[in-house]
Design a protein. Structure first.
Length: 71
């Protein structure tokens, strides 16, 4: 599987670039290793609901737009 199959993850990477937030900053906020975040953001493992909730809060994603980045 490639990331191209996960449109939502591509969109998530885009919002991180737009907000100039690197993976290391997000990983620290989520209290996970950089490799764990990398695996999740590249589609090798999945975000759990708590992580998703924390990401949308951190990035300021409106709840009505969550579907653009997850699910």
């Amino acid at each position: 599987m490639t990331t191209n199959q996960y449109r939502e993850l591509v969109e998530l990477k885009g919002i991180l670039r737009e907000k100039k937030i690197n993976y290391e900053t997000l990983a620290r906020y989520l209290k996970m290793s950089l490799s764990a975040l990398s695996n999740k953001i590249n589609g090798k493992s999945v975000f759990n609901l708590i992580e998703i909730s924390n990401i949308i809060t951190f990035l300021g994603i409106p709840k009505e737009n969550v579907h653009l980045y997850f699910f």
